[in-house]
Design a protein around this ligand. Structure first.
Ligand SMILES: Cc1ncc(C[n+]2csc(CCOP(=O)(O)OP(=O)(O)O)c2C)c(N)n1
Ligand code: SF4
Length: 273
């Protein structure tokens, strides 16, 4: 069993962190830095790119390279980093607003291009930082500060979206299973091509409060009821409405963007010469 703490990747002067009691973002950060340690990543070879929001604050607490970008555009910056420095480990941290609401287009195309990046999306079902507004993953019918009669829209399944768009690796976990979450993050980091780990996460301050699940533990219980290990989920004849599989959902080895680009370049050069 590993005793990784990930402490070498933390900016200890910036701690304690600023997330609310019961928030799931810290569990994700802990799992990520432990994954870095178990993979022997160096701070100097690792870039954590963040968007804007509570999830986007993570880079404040890290001692790796970091790039704090604009809301919804983190994947575009990360694509640029990977294009010019392909040997760096590039990890992109986003909320559900950043990744699939304002940033939905970047998300679809990063997965379609199979860019060699790891995206970790903390899905707390609303815009946390700005006061709990509706996002593209807010479940239909639920309450937010901008859907006080209930959300009339349907919600995105982020993992299904990534799979359909072409990601090589897709997984979903929750802060209830920090150890599994670390394992999924490691698998995603080791995968060549676009990899996604979605973390269903409690935001008791807004989503919980607006939906009568005010306390962190109650939100974890709500998540536990919502999530079914993928093996059991696949055996269900009719998965219940609002239930989601957790675990490793997609694992394939399609060539990533840089590999395809290089193969075409070599072919074109050979034809010319
Ligand atoms: C272009 C732009 N639009 C809006 C904002 C305001 N804004 C900052 S954070 C945020 C929501 C963040 O939600 P999410 O990405 O889900 O992250 P969370 O805070 O829930 O982790 C918004 C709308 C902004 N900073 N930039
Ligand atoms: S507002 Fe929500 S997402 Fe943001 S720190 Fe608080 S609990 Fe976490």
């Amino acid at each position: 069993m590993s005793h990784a703490t990930g402490i070498e990747y933390l900016n200890r002067e910036a701690l304690p962190h600023t997330w609310c009691p019961g928030c799931g973002i810290g569990v994700m950060m802990g799992a990520m830095v432990r994954a870095f340690e178990e993979l022997a990543y160096k701070n100097t070879d690792t870039v954590v790119v963040t968007g804007i929001g509570c999830t986007g604050k993570v880079d404040d607490f890290l001692s790796t390279n970091g790039l704090h970008t604009t809301h919804g555009r983190a994947l575009a910056y990360a694509t640029g980093i990977k294009a010019f420095k392909p040997n760096l480990h590039v990890v992109v941290l986003m909320g559900d607003g950043d990744s699939v609401t304002i940033g939905g287009n970047h998300f679809i195309h990063a997965a379609r291009r199979n860019i060699d990046l790891t995206a970790i999306v903390v899905n707390n079902f609303n815009y946390g930082m700005t006061g709990g507004q509706v996002s593209g993953t807010t479940p239909g019918g639920s309450y937010t500060s901008t859907t006080v009669w209930g959300n009339p829209e349907r919600d995105f399944d982020i993992c299904a979206l990534a799979e359909t768009a072409g990601a090589n690796y897709v997984a979903r976990e929750t802060p209830l299973n920090g150890w599994d979450l670390k394992e999924r993050i490691k698998e995603a980091l080791e995968k060549k091509g676009f990899s996604l780990v979605e973390v269903f996460s409690p935001c008791p301050t807004h989503f919980g409060k607006n939906n009568k699940v005010k306390q962190g533990p109650a939100m974890l219980h709500w998540l536990k009821e919502k999530c079914i290990p993928v093996e059991a989920y696949r055996r269900l004849a009719t998965p219940g409405k609002g239930c989601f599989p957790i675990g490793k959902l997609v694992d394939r080895n399609d060539p990533d963007f840089n590999t395809r680009y290089e193969a075409l370049r070599v072919l074109a050069t050979a034809k010319k010469g």
